[in-house]
Ligand binder design. Structure first.
Ligand code: BEZ
Length: 392
């Protein structure tokens, strides 16, 4: 079909409707722009999201709702400064029908802005920036992952339940870490405990010595944290090397140990984390997904792969409802809102502001696995405060 633009299809669709023909030719390719980090500290996260999304498409014979899918990969380098130009390339040069992205909470804002202004459906397969499903919520923005608040809230609640009274929060200094800190604080408070300190390091710096040197003197029983990818490997190793592992319980949003337990090695043993996924979740969907993902990629599935796969499942549900027309945003949104997504994490639905309502599991790192040891909070919804969308 060549380089037919989204606008050309829309113009053609309007004419077709006037003639009483189906709006979208079944054979028209659906262009999906995958804007993810394929380099830098979050590269492994981006690769697992992309591979799992591709897996979902392959399982559907390369088509979604009858339309052959064309994927366009773009490395966003987790760099917020480059995000507006990168998004523009996908929407204006490549004329994508659907956006998939991204990992970093700062970078995702350019995608959210484009999705809102141009009414291009956006599926967020990781970035937890709360604004995307709070004040900037939109009929065209959907998240298959979490809000930054959710896992950290679960961690705070679980610590308080285990009797911790005072904890500190340690994080990279950007939206994901700060918003996770708010969740951690709220979870501790809900259980009668408090967050007494917050220590930060610029993203993506990995010189943690200045903050590690302060921890023993804080008078806290636990340290909660937000780090992920390459930075999480370094932080966990440095925490153990500083002799803190047996003195102050290390915990955090599950990204701290997710997908990185092998390189963290013995330094990670015993770390408590909270996340909407765990390696050993014993449901048929998870077991099948992990086996197929391993066979396809040679890598173990993790939460990032699950989120990429579920973004594909959500897009499929929406497209089926919209009869293959990604530009029919209201019909697409109605289909996704009505869907129960059969996820490896356990089935979930979206909140009115398009964020998963999901159980946050408490996990402990043991023998190279993030073992689920209970539910931190069941069916947790992000507060969705400030979302003005109809029905939200
Ligand atoms: C974020 O920037 O939202 C993020 C990045 C990595 C893991 C989790 C959240």
């Amino acid at each position: 079909m060549g380089q037919i633009s989204r606008r050309t299809i829309l113009a053609g669709a309007a004419a077709a409707v006037a003639l009483g023909r189906p709006a979208i030719a079944q054979a028209a390719p659906l262009k999906v722009g995958m804007m993810l980090p394929f380099s830098g500290t979050y590269a492994a996260l981006g690769e697992n999201i992309a591979s799992a999304f591709e897996l979902l498409i392959a399982e559907n014979g390369g088509k979604l709702a009858g339309r052959p899918v064309t994927l366009i990969r773009l490395d966003d380098e987790s760099d917020p400064a480059k995000a507006p130009a990168n998004v523009n390339r996908l929407t204006e040069r490549d004329n994508v029908d659907v956006l998939l992205g991204t990992v970093h909470s700062g970078v995702v804002m350019a995608l959210v802005q484009a999705a809102r202004e141009k009414q291009i459906p956006l599926f967020i397969p990781n970035a937890g920036n709360v604004a995307a499903t709070r004040e900037l919520c939109s009929p065209s923005v959907f998240r298959s992952s979490f809000s930054n608040w959710q896992p950290a809230y679960g961690m705070g609640r679980a610590l308080a339940t285990r009797g911790v009274k005072k904890a500190a929060w340690v994080t990279w200094d950007y939206a994901a870490g700060k918003e996770s800190g708010e969740g951690f604080r709220d979870g501790l408070r809900a259980g009668g405990a408090e967050m007494t300190h917050q220590l930060t390091v610029p993203f993506p710096e990995t010189n943690f010595q200045p903050i590690l040197a302060q921890i023993s003197g804080l008078g806290v029983e636990a340290v909660g944290s937000f780090f992920a990818g390459g930075g999480a490997i370094q932080f966990v190793k440095d925490y153990a090397a500083a002799g803190l592992r047996d003195k102050v319980q290390l915990c955090g949003s599950g990204f701290l140990t997710e997908g990185v337990l092998k390189p963290q090695g013995a330094a990670a043993e015993g770390i408590l984390t909270a996340l909407h996924y765990g390696d050993g979740l014993d449901n048929a969907k998870n077991l099948a997904f992990r086996a197929v993902f391993k066979a396809k990629t040679g890598r173990d599935a993790d939460v990032y792969a699950v989120q990429g796969y579920d973004a594909g499942q959500m897009l499929l549900a929406g497209l089926v409802a919209a009869k293959g027309d990604a530009a029919a945003v209201q019909a697409l949104a109605a289909g996704i809102r009505a869907a129960k997504i059969d996820s490896p994490r356990g089935a979930f639905t979206l909140s009115a502001s398009h964020n998963p309502v999901q159980t946050i599991w408490l996990r402990q790192a043991k023998d190279g696995q993030n073992k689920v040891i209970g539910a931190a909070v069941e069916a947790l919804a992000d507060p969705g405060a400030g979302c003005k969308m109809a029905g939200a």
